[in-house]
Design a protein around this ligand. Structure first.
Ligand SMILES: *Cc1c(COP(=O)(O)O)cnc(C)c1O
Length: 392
């Protein structure tokens, strides 16, 4: 019933690529197979105790029970400003340059509604987090794909964008540290993006939820706003999900150019009613509390990354360790199609991975493993993958 009434924006969505894998996973589970899930980018470790304790306190306080303010508690936005100053040396005005989000995904998905008219263009990387493209399409816009190639360090080649496209584009999306590739942007690239945006009058939307998950203290990921002039052209999306293992809590924020932030805020005041204030107060505890928990997370992911990379190498998969984020993006063996290879890993080894093609056609030939299971399970997974490799 009502199938004939489904809107075009839904009918035009790409086929859900993981449906077949989901089916295989459930079938394997039903067979009693022990599944190791390296598929989802969802931290397995709990939210740090001091953040949970703050939530327990705040949820009991009736002052938090009413509709929250649209733009977020000023105290939350001040905590964001303080964190940005401490971490990146970037000074933000909590009143005009910060807006709270119900997770970064919410902000990214709604962002195009503020700027994209039907037929407008956005520059979208591929492989990438799917929401940049889908958000653009939901607003009636079109995505011009910027391929991320390994030989460019998975950084888009701005010089390859046709001049006509650049003139028409309204938004350029970038994401570093990058999901799914684990690439980190250089200061030079961010500077180039600012120059490109200024030359063509384009808004930069930088998605940075993995800024705190990195493996080299000497190459900490930068905020886009550290680049000179970035605040004239850009907005940066952030999330507490990955930094503090808070994916289930739904808390993020966007910062940057006051006019861009305000336009996003206007969309949101007409769609949602803000973020539960108890969660915001727990977010303040996260951002202003001891950051040792992030250090511990980095140590955990580093150990897992090294176990996965060495295990995959032993299995004969030629993989480079990522610089940041908690994913390993590895080439499929013998040029196999990513969905075929991931399907075999699931059927024959009970190991769930994500086919690169799920992040766009440019991700074909790769598969993504999330570092969201303990080392012993990663070792078990790579041992099993080695078994499958012997059969291919
Ligand atoms: C996880 C993720 C997000 C979404 O984070 P939430 O705050 O949980 O909505 C956004 N962008 C990328 C690239 C991600 O991997």
């Amino acid at each position: 019933m009502f199938e004939d009434k489904i809107a075009k924006r839904i009918l035009e969505l790409p086929p859900y690529l993981f449906a077949e894998l989901d089916r295989k996973r459930e079938a394997a589970r039903a067979r009693g197979m022990d599944i190791i899930d390296l598929g989802v980018g969802d931290p397995d470790r709990p939210t740090p105790a001091h953040i949970v304790a703050a939530m327990q306190r705040e949820v009991a306080d009736a002052k938090n029970h009413r509709y929250p303010s649209y733009e977020g508690l000023l105290a939350f936005r001040e905590a964001v400003a303080q964190w940005y100053k401490g971490r990146f040396g970037v000074k933000l005005d909590p009143k005009t340059e910060i807006v709270s989000l119900i997770g970064a995904k919410e902000g990214i998905a709604h962002f195009p509604l503020a700027f994209i008219n039907p037929g407008d263009l956005a520059l979208v990387p591929s492989p990438a987090y799917p929401v940049y493209k889908i958000g653009t399409q939901f607003a009636g816009g079109k995505a011009h794909i910027m391929p991320l190639a390994p030989e460019n360090g998975f950084i888009p080649d701005l010089d390859a964008i046709p001049k006509k496209v650049a003139e028409r584009a309204k938004i350029i999306y970038i994401n570093y540290p990058n999901n799914p590739t684990g690439a980190v942007a250089t200061r030079a690239f961010f500077k180039k993006v600012v120059a490109f945006a200024k030359a063509h009058d384009i808004i930069v939307a930088h998605d940075a939820p993995y800024s705190e998950i990195y493996y080299d203290e000497n190459h900490k990921p930068m905020s886009f706003l550290e680049a000179p002039g970035a605040r004239d052209v850009g907005i940066e999306f952030h999330s507490l999900s990955k930094t503090y293992q808070m994916t289930g809590w739904r808390i993020g924020f966007a910062v940057g150019n006051a006019a861009i932030v305000s336009a996003l805020g206007k969309v949101k005041t007409n769609i949602d009613s803000g973020l539960f204030e108890a969660v915001q107060r727990a977010g303040i505890a996260a951002l202003t509390g001891d950051q040792k928990c992030t250090e511990e997370s980095r140590a955990v992911y580093l150990e897992r990354r090294d176990a996965l990379v060495s295990g995959l190498k032993k299995a004969g998969i030629n993989v480079k360790p990522p610089k940041a984020a908690f994913y390993v993006f590895a080439p499929t063996p013998f040029g196999m199609k990513s969905a075929d290879f991931c399907g075999r890993l699931l059927d024959e080894a009970g190991v769930v991975t994500t086919p690169g093609v799920g992040f766009g056609p440019e991700g074909e030939g790769y598969f993504r493993c999330a570092l969201t299971v303990p080392v012993a399970r990663i070792e078990e997974a790579t041992e099993r993958i080695r078994g499958v490799m012997c059969e291919i």
